[in-house]
Design a protein. Structure first.
Length: 412
């Protein structure tokens, strides 16, 4: 099964719960993107040779306008994956009820192989190619894998030069110096904290003392580890990234880990833990398992071995459909990606609104607005899933689909 067939099947399964309310015509429209495009970008490299980069664009659905999407630079790209991610993102914005509808832009490139000057030229050429397609009422980009705040700054600068007016609203997640929302990097993981805390609160429990394992904790998810420890008194017992794989059944000092990472020191410098593989980390007996980066890491091969009490999907698609069925049969709930990491686009939406109005809120106000969106969205999904005796994923999809389908139905 291809990744996009997987997404389509997820949508169809959730649609079956509400099929009496909406026509099959609407289903056929929503399981396909509005449009998929392929472009080419020629860039003169430092050695004066011209290299042509392929760029895919998938716009999934804009029933409630405008399109909103992530820009990703990655060497392994397929049209199928771009379409899949754009569909997931539509559902993600819908479940939290914000008026953004999704696309994905993806350039086939390994940015680590480029000099900084080559990367800037590619980014500026990309912005130039984007110019006919993006403006605040229709289509607003943001960064994704391997696209940094600096790249966003180059792109908004290039776009503004081409249209002869300063346009901070055209791209979100820019540096603070050029009108990013007051939402510091360390706070970007609060949305995930709100989701898991609301889940436990709804069942009369507390995050205090709960054990947490985080697979693939880059900078953002290391922040999540720090916040869930300091704000909610949970215990992070295992954590990993591309270089770190450590475990202590009692607790890990996340402040020490953060310090070592910032100094580029090896995992061996953290003495009070043992090394553990990313695969073994998934199988630990913990209260909360947080897969944070890779797709399909929990699958038919290991789902029967999962011991976590609940899974918080901070990556896109870390649990396969086959694994979902196994986990459901074992009563292991999955807080799905379309809900659990929807905070990112929510904050991006806040930035867009502030750019459009030229009025910028303080960080505490932005945090409060995010909490006011994430907690009710989580509560809605959890309560209704229990009422209808279906999975959290199914109900998150149902919430999303209803909002999109209703807009499509009304517009005809």
């Amino acid at each position: 099964m291809s990744l996009y067939q997987w997404v389509q099947n997820q949508i169809k399964e959730s649609f079956s719960f509400i099929s009496s309310e909406y026509s099959d015509d609407l289903l056929q429209r929503i399981i396909r993107p509005d449009r998929v495009m392929e472009f080419y970008i020629p860039v003169k490299m430092d050695n004066w040779e011209t290299k042509v980069f392929t760029w895919y664009r998938s716009q999934h659905n804009n029933a409630r306008w405008p399109y909103k999407g992530w820009l990703r630079f990655h060497p392994n790209v397929s049209k199928d994956e771009v379409m899949s991610l754009s569909a997931w993102m539509s559902l993600k914005t819908s479940v939290v009820g914000i008026p953004l509808w999704w696309w994905k832009w993806w350039i086939i490139v390994d940015p680590k192989t480029l000099s900084k000057w080559e990367l800037e030229k590619l980014s500026r050429w990309f912005a130039a190619k984007l110019t006919p397609f993006i403006w605040k009422e229709v289509d607003v980009p943001a960064p994704d894998v391997n696209t940094t705040w600096e790249i966003m700054a180059w792109m908004v600068d290039e776009y503004s030069k081409l249209v002869w007016v300063w346009t901070p609203w055209v791209i979100t997640w820019k540096p603070l110096a050029i009108w990013w929302s007051q939402w510091r990097e360390k706070a970007t993981s609060l949305g995930g904290c709100f989701t898991i805390d609301e889940y436990f609160s709804n069942s009369g429990q507390s995050l205090t003392g709960k054990t947490v394992a985080i697979q693939w904790a880059g900078n953002v998810w290391l922040n999540f580890a720090t916040l869930i420890v300091h704000n909610y008194w949970a215990k992070v017992v295992a954590i990993s990234d591309s270089k770190w794989w450590i475990y202590n059944p009692d607790w890990l000092d996340v402040d020490m880990i953060e310090k070592l990472k910032s100094e580029n020191k090896p995992v061996s410098d953290y003495k009070d833990a043992k090394q553990i593989s990313n695969d073994d980390l998934l199988l630990l007996d913990v209260d909360v398992l947080v897969p944070s980066a890779l797709e399909q890491v929990i699958n038919a091969d290991n789902a029967n071995k999962i011991q976590a009490k609940v899974i918080l999907e901070m990556a896109n698609g870390p649990v396969t459909p086959e694994a979902d069925k196994i986990l459901e049969s074992r009563d292991i709930p999955v807080l799905p990606d379309v809900l659990a990491n929807a905070w990112w686009v929510t904050v991006s939406y806040f930035e867009q609104v502030q750019n459009n109005t030229n009025y910028y809120r303080p960080e505490a106000e932005v945090n409060g607005k995010l909490e006011a969106i994430m907690r009710p969205a989580t509560l809605d999904v959890v309560n209704t899933a229990q009422k209808y005796k279906t999975t959290l994923r199914n109900w998150a999809y149902i919430v999303s689909l209803r909002r999109i389908l209703e807009a499509m139905k009304i517009k005809g």
